[in-house]
Ligand binder design. Structure first.
Ligand code: AMP
Length: 430
């Protein structure tokens, strides 16, 4: 299938060609014509499937078909995203693919000054890409007018719900016209997502190309069992002996990310951390240095890493397993993207055996275990409750729970995760 068969006009085909894309990915093949037709879409698609181009290209195509008269702060299309990083990346895609069209766009998120954003809206833009919190602020100041909104897109809707944005989203919806086109993208179709979708979408076309609850076939996954206090040493050794040049490393906490970054730098491995306590400038700078290979390791927390767009990322390391199995899938989705091979390595200590069990259950696959003889765990070390680093040791006690508690433990974990995410979200000011 060629891009020329999808109903996209020359200015977009030209931009696609310049990106070097040869053919549309499966989600693009399905989503582009459907969206151009004006239908609502409910799509299960993870990062790495080409979903961003899957909605930005037909959006730009639709907008270029008419030139309605717009007043001041009226906009034609809105993309809502859970994080600033994702908003910035979607905005970048719109700019890249739309460079030969006349559509204008602007990105809105928290953590930076509101006045330049208000000023930009007053000048008039067609497409806004925004995180819900700041957008609601702007809407309540009447800084944006949705009365002429034609297309609404919710990207990574599951993540927005996890981060507690549902109320903000509902308030925003009340300001929007009913006769709009709505597209909802989500990595998973949880009951909450289905409920949200049923209230927002009108007779949607279902598009499901994602590896829902399964992990990318191009990603080779491996677990190394190792004692907690030796993880740093093992990571340094893997990076050096395997000559990894670009590694994304996940920790559970911001504190853990900072500490590991410092230790890696001391071990002579150039690294930077990104997490919610870092300023937007620091995060952008770290990501840029990582993309340009000026630093070898980027240490990230789950929220900060969400939506990071790096082509052909070869290595992802789970320095600590995530509390929520879905996050494992999101994490390793950073590698093996758009047909490239990738490697996901998890360093698992005894405290994390229960988390690993939950992940394997979730992905319906057992992950290969490879023993590294010099790092074989000390059998005398007993599992301890996992601390989540949020003061007062309110960590979940996943490590040593009996397995028959697994359902309860998982439910609690989700709940904890939601509460935590809500706090994180506030911290991020997104
Ligand atoms: P996404 O799933 O939107 O995060 O996209 C993942 C990556 O795939 C991005 O880096 C895109 O630049 C790239 N990509 C998107 N569409 C294509 C395509 N048709 N061919 C090759 N790469 C693509």
């Amino acid at each position: 299938m060629a891009f020329t068969k999808l109903g996209l006009a020359q200015p977009l085909l030209k931009a696609i060609k310049e990106q070097g894309y040869e053919s549309p990915t499966p989600i693009q093949q399905q989503a582009i014509p459907t969206i151009i037709e004006g239908k609502d879409v409910l799509a299960a698609a993870q990062t790495g499937t080409g979903k961003t181009a899957g909605f930005t290209l037909p959006l730009l195509e639709r907008l270029s078909k008419s030139t309605p008269k717009m007043h001041k702060t009226q906009i034609r299309a809105l993309v809502l995203t859970p994080t600033r990083e994702l908003a910035a990346q979607v905005a970048q895609s719109i700019e890249t693919y739309g460079r030969y069209t006349h559509s204008t766009s602007s990105v809105i998120f928290g953590g930076v000054g509101i006045n330049p954003q208000l000023a930009r809206l007053r000048k008039g833009v067609d497409i806004v890409i925004a995180t819900p919190g700041r957008l609601l602020d702007i809407a309540s100041q009447k800084g944006i007018d949705f009365s002429k909104l034609e297309v609404l897109i919710l990207d990574e809707a599951d993540r927005m719900l996890d981060m507690g944005f549902i109320h903000d989203i509902k308030k925003l919806m009340k300001l929007m016209p009913h006769n709009r086109q709505t597209l909802l993208f989500s990595a998973t179709f949880s009951p909450e997502i289905k409920k949200l979708a049923s209230g927002l979408l009108n007779n949607p076309t279902l598009i499901e190309v994602a590896r829902e609850n399964t992990t990318a076939e191009q990603v080779s996954q491996v677990v190394h069992y190792v004692d907690k206090h030796r993880k740093r040493e093992l990571l340094s050794q893997l990076i050096k002996t395997k000559s990894w040049q670009q590694v994304l490393v996940f920790t559970r906490t911001k504190h853990g990310a900072n500490k590991l970054t410092k230790q890696l730098i001391e071990a002579g491995i150039s690294s930077a951390a990104i997490h919610g306590n870092k300023s937007q400038g620091a995060r952008t700078k770290a990501l840029e240095s990582f993309k340009t290979n000026d630093i070898r390791v980027l240490v990230a927390t789950d929220i900060a890493a969400r939506g990071i767009d790096i082509d052909q990322l070869p290595h992802v390391v789970n320095y600590e397993l995530p509390n929520v199995p879905e996050d494992y899938v999101h994490r390793i989705g950073r590698t093996g993207r758009a047909g490239q091979c990738g490697e996901a390595v998890s360093l698992v200590c005894i405290d994390e055996h229960k988390l690993l069990f939950d992940i394997e259950k979730f992905i319906k696959n057992e992950i290969k275990k490879v023993d590294i003889p010099a790092f074989t765990p000390d059998p005398s070390i007993k599992a301890e409750p996992i601390q989540n680093g949020r003061g007062g040791g309110r960590g979940r006690s996943g490590g040593n729970k009996p397995r028959n508690n697994s359902n309860t433990a998982t439910t609690n974990t989700h709940q904890n995760s939601r509460n935590r995410n809500r706090n994180r979200n506030r911290n991020q000011g997104a």
